[in-house]
Design a binder for this molecule. Sequence first.
Ligand SMILES: [Zn+2]
Ligand SMILES: [Zn+2]
Length: 139
Amino acid sequence: MKILIENLKNNNLKVTPQRLTIYNYLYYNHIHPSAETIYNSIKEQNPTISLATVYKTLKSLRDSGLVQEINVGEDSFRYDVQLTPHSHIICTKCNSVFDYFPKENFIDNIQDDVSKDTGFELNSHQMYFYGTCKSCLKK
Ligand SMILES: [Zn+2]
Ligand SMILES: [Zn+2]
C-alpha cells in the first residue's frame, strides 16, 4: 500500500480512499478490467463508491499517467497499470486480455519499417493480437 500512496503523491494526486481502492485493485489485478468490472469487484467492500466515482477516478489516474487506457474493440475502455511498453493479446472466446512483451528488436524493426514507409516520426504504437487462450482451448 505504501508504494501506491507514494505513486499517487508523486503524480500530484491527492490520496483519497476511493483513489487508493481503485488504484490498488488495478495494481494487483492485471486483468485489464473495464470500469464496470472494477466497480462490480469492489462495490461490496466499498458500498459508498458509485460507478460514476470509478469513472472519475480512472480518468484522473489516466491523466496523471499512472494507468493507461486501452481499447480492445469493446464499448468501454480497459485499464492497465503496466506502463512498460507492451502489446495485448485478446481471447475472442472469453474476452480476457493478456500482456505480451515482445522481444525488443521486434517492435524496433516494425517501427523502422513504418517510419520509412510513411515518413512519420513515431512516438507510440498499439498492437493487438487476437486468438483463443490456453484455458479456452482446453474446454
Ligand atoms: Zn479465453
Ligand atoms: Zn497490458
